[in-house]
Ligand binder design. Structure first.
Ligand code: G3I
Length: 294
């Protein structure tokens, strides 16, 4: 039926994919990305980041981000803005655009693994209040978008997830506009945390929505049948955890095909992390996602 169709039948808002500008000229790739039965949401993987939108100080370039926003609009897909701050904040990105965006990753990756604050130019100069400053600026610029704080390795419970819980509580106590927690979900085959659902529940209990924003589940290559079957089970586990929590509103995979995954370029010898292979054929993981929404 298609992943978005299945997700919506399960009561979720969307199932989506990240994409990036160099891929837009790949017609077979775009045909699947634009199929709203599979994906009713897209996220620009790079082209709305600060280094892309202000390549040098005072020089703004929105053409690439706009190209993806326009694709989403043409297809009738939801758009997730990503990201105003990769450890930093660029509210000008929001204020200068009139494209409609459903959600924004306003603050990305604020924490170290042990739950302490990650240092960044904004943390170092403003302190932890930079998060509230960024959220307020984003709300002023776009009153309708859902505003998220997004991080990786907050899939299961633990120090980093606890730090996120405490951040949300503190933002709420200050009256800062926080609508959601984004769980990136960059995971490893066979090592999916057993506490994913409990963790989603602890975020949801704060009254915010939750989204899985960048899901991929990588393996050590080559992709054997056994690994692909384990990957299928792992995708099902993650999707089922979101599915079980009403406030988990949707899932985005970090591109949909192994052809364009970021993983091999960063993790030597690893890859095959996505539900379509590099030839745009569906892998067992696809059925794992469908089963997770059942
Ligand atoms: O566009 C240039 C190209 O001109 C150049 O020839 C090439 C040579 O290195 O680099 C290209 O830029 C790369 C860019 O991706 C586009 O492919 C950058 O070097 C590379 O660092 C960049 O990586 C991105 C990474 O974020 C860093 O911003 C990945 O594509 C992207 O998937 C990744 O996404 C992040 C999320 O934003 C946040 N969560 C984690 C996730 C994975 O790291």
């Amino acid at each position: 039926a298609g992943l978005a169709v299945v997700a919506k039948s399960a009561g979720k808002l969307y199932f989506g994919s990240a994409t990036d500008n160099p891929e837009l000229s790949d017609a077979p790739y775009i045909a699947i990305l634009s199929d709203t039965k599979e994906f009713n949401q897209i996220t620009p993987g790079n082209s709305m980041k600060w280094d892309a939108t202000e390549p040098s100080r005072g020089t703004f370039r929105f053409t690439n981000g706009d190209a993806i926003a326009d694709l989403a609009k043409k297809n009738g897909q939801l758009l997730r803005g990503h990201t105003c701050s990769r450890h930093i904040v660029a509210p000008s990105l929001i204020t200068t655009r009139d494209r409609s965006v459903d959600s924004w990753d306003v603050v990305n990756e604020p924490f170290n693994e042990d739950g302490t604050w990650r240092t960044s130019v904004f943390y170092n100069t403003i302190g932890p209040e930079y998060v509230a400053v960024a959220l307020r600026a984003a709300r002023a610029a776009d009153p309708n978008a859902k505003l998220y704080v997004n991080d990786y390795n907050i899939d299961g419970t633990g120090a980093k997830s606890t730090a996120m819980v405490n951040l949300v509580k503190s933002l709420q106590a200050q009256g800062a506009p926080i609508d959601g927690v984004g769980i990136q979900g960059h995971l490893i085959v066979g090592q999916v945390p057993t506490t994913i659902q409990a963790n989603i529940e602890q975020f949801a209990a704060l009254g915010v929505e939750v989204a899985i924003t960048e899901l991929d589940i990588r393996m050590t290559l080559p992709a054997t049948d056994a690994l692909l079957q384990q990957q299928k089970r792992d995708y099902q586990t993650v999707i089922a955890a979101c599915n079980a929590v009403p406030k988990c509103v949707g899932v985005t995979i970090w591109d949909y095909t192994d052809k364009y995954s970021w993983v091999p370029s960063v993790f030597d010898g690893q890859g095959a992390a996505l539900p379509w292979d590099a030839n745009l054929n569906k892998k067992p993981a696809y059925d794992g996602i469908v089963a997770g929404f059942a």
